[in-house]
Design a protein around this ligand. Structure first.
Ligand code: HPA
Length: 246
């Protein structure tokens, strides 16, 4: 059976359902991953968990060593990655605490180490990125949502911003014009690195807040925490159904 990895983001720094059997610390040519890999089983399926922001949630989105994280997962024999991510909602259906399985990406990040193909080996490699996410994994996540009786958004364009600040209202307006449905800070280059190295990758996005300017006033940490609390509980149920059927 193919090995599954779950990368947890803000609001999901450990997997409660995981019966841990061991942890692995991996060195990579790109340096250290965000944390040790926690390996165990859920519903008799082997699952590897990585806390994207580190165990103490101290690594900022632009400082995450995405290359080390993805390279190490490949080394561990992983084939499929589900990336859980807290995001802001932009379009109407992306209500706080709801879940989405995005199908497209627009990348607004800069200055991140974003590729395994730096050309240092003399090769010029361009990967296809027409469909940034694995359609097979997305379909399985959507089915799991139905099994778990959860209403989710089955598509959406994820706009990835540099952070760590949230966006201005005008930036969110521009992103909406661009076609973004949700906004996060960690989806890239995670998705493209996975694709470069031949791993199947899909994202499960949890709405933490409305994007800037979508409501009156400013975005507060209190509302983010409250929405993530509810949203991550549902994300856990969806993952449970996904893994049971894996
Ligand atoms: N913008 C970017 N990233 C986020 C947001 C947001 O509004 N909420 C949670 N992650």
């Amino acid at each position: 059976m193919t090995i599954l990895a779950i990368i947890g983001g803000t609001g999901l720094s450990q997997l409660a359902a995981l019966n841990t059997t061991r942890t692995e610390s991996i060195e990579t040519p790109y340096g250290k991953p965000s944390a040790d890999f926690v390996i165990g089983e859920i519903a008799n399926k082997e699952v590897i968990f990585l806390a994207r922001h580190g165990n103490l949630h101290a690594i900022l989105p632009h400082k995450i060593n995405y290359r080390a994280n993805i390279w190490a997962l490949k080394k561990l024999g992983v084939e499929n990655i589900i990336a859980v991510a807290a995001v802001g909602g932009i379009t109407a259906q992306m209500t706080p605490a709801s879940l989405a399985i995005p199908d497209q990406i627009i990348d607004y990040t800069y200055s991140r180490e974003h590729t395994f193909f730096d050309g240092e080996d003399g090769n010029v490699t361009h990967i296809d990125f027409t469909y940034p996410y694995s359609q097979k994994l997305r379909a399985a996540l959507i089915t799991a949502a139905t099994t778990a009786n959860l209403q989710i958004s089955p598509i959406g364009t994820y706009g990835c911003t540099q952070g760590p600040r949230l966006e201005s209202a005008a930036e969110i307006t521009r992103m909406e014009r661009d076609g973004c449905d949700l906004v996060g800070m960690t989806g890239m280059p995670e998705a493209s690195l996975a694709k470069e190295i031949g791993l199947n990758y899909a994202a499960l996005a949890v709405m933490a807040n409305w994007g800037a300017g979508k409501t009156a006033g400013e975005i507060t940490m209190a509302e983010i925490e409250e929405n993530l609390h509810h949203g991550m509980a549902n994300a856990g149920k969806l993952l449970q159904a996904f893994i049971a059927a894996y």
